[in-house]
Design a protein around this ligand. Sequence first.
Ligand SMILES: C[S@@+](CC[C@H](N)C(=O)[O-])C[C@H]1O[C@@H](n2cnc3c(N)ncnc32)[C@H](O)[C@@H]1O
Length: 267
Amino acid sequence: MSTTWDPEQYARFADHRARPFRDLLARVGAADPGLVVDLGCGNGPLTLSLAERWPRARIVGVDSSPRMLAAAREIDAAGRVEWVEADLADWEPATLGQVPDVLVSNAALQWVPRHQDRIRAWVRELPPGGWFAMQVPGNLDSPSHALMRETAAAHPAAERLRPALRRLSVADPATYLALLTEAGLEVDAWETTYLHVLDPDGRQEHPVLEWVRGTGLRPVLDVLADPAERDAYLADYATRLDAAYPRTGIGVVLPFRRLFAVAWRPT
Ligand SMILES: C[S@@+](CC[C@H](N)C(=O)[O-])C[C@H]1O[C@@H](n2cnc3c(N)ncnc32)[C@H](O)[C@@H]1O
């Protein structure tokens, strides 16, 4: 079952979510690429920022969610980006009729099963001077995700929820470093834990829940289509999250580890 995305919910923390994208792109040195592809482009604003950085480039955003792509097309009034609906599990750069010079993927590959094989296939096609840049969350063991699993285990729909909770998969940073180096690329890999200060004004009841609802919780919400089942899950999960991420004088602090790899093919 594919995950249903809600562009509005995802956009609620747009500033926080943009930060790792900017940190990732700051390490990409492509000067004047011909074709730039954003893999798992989402609702569009970050893909449009690629068009600002490389005004002469052809820019393509690939995503499997029709709702995210509809939101992206809405903010791209000038039609600057080609928005392509495709599943990264089998998407091939050759479908674009041009070899990409830059492949970017921010916070998306964790949703793609066996994405390490896909990365190997994509970077094989990179020309000399070509770049591949990825960022994935490294927080599957953090309280937000551990509590998501604990809440599911205690829920009457535990059996149905189990496969949904296995949807996300991420390797450790050394694995991405090794696979990109073995592909003949120069690699810069690192990890960062951001301390996101959520809801400093105290307007939201459960800010961490609101954050996770936009991303990691999507597969759970898809399974719990029945409103009573869903409400029971959310009430229990919110209580656990509030205890793990208490409100402080400056807001609710959400530590979020992210893994980065930027690689380029030497000329
Ligand atoms: C957390 S959002 C990130 C969006 C954007 N890159 C950003 O940084 O804001 C993850 C995106 O990956 C997309 N996605 C998940 N699985 C995918 C797949 N198998 N193929 C293509 N896109 C996928 C989702 O539709 C969603 O838009």
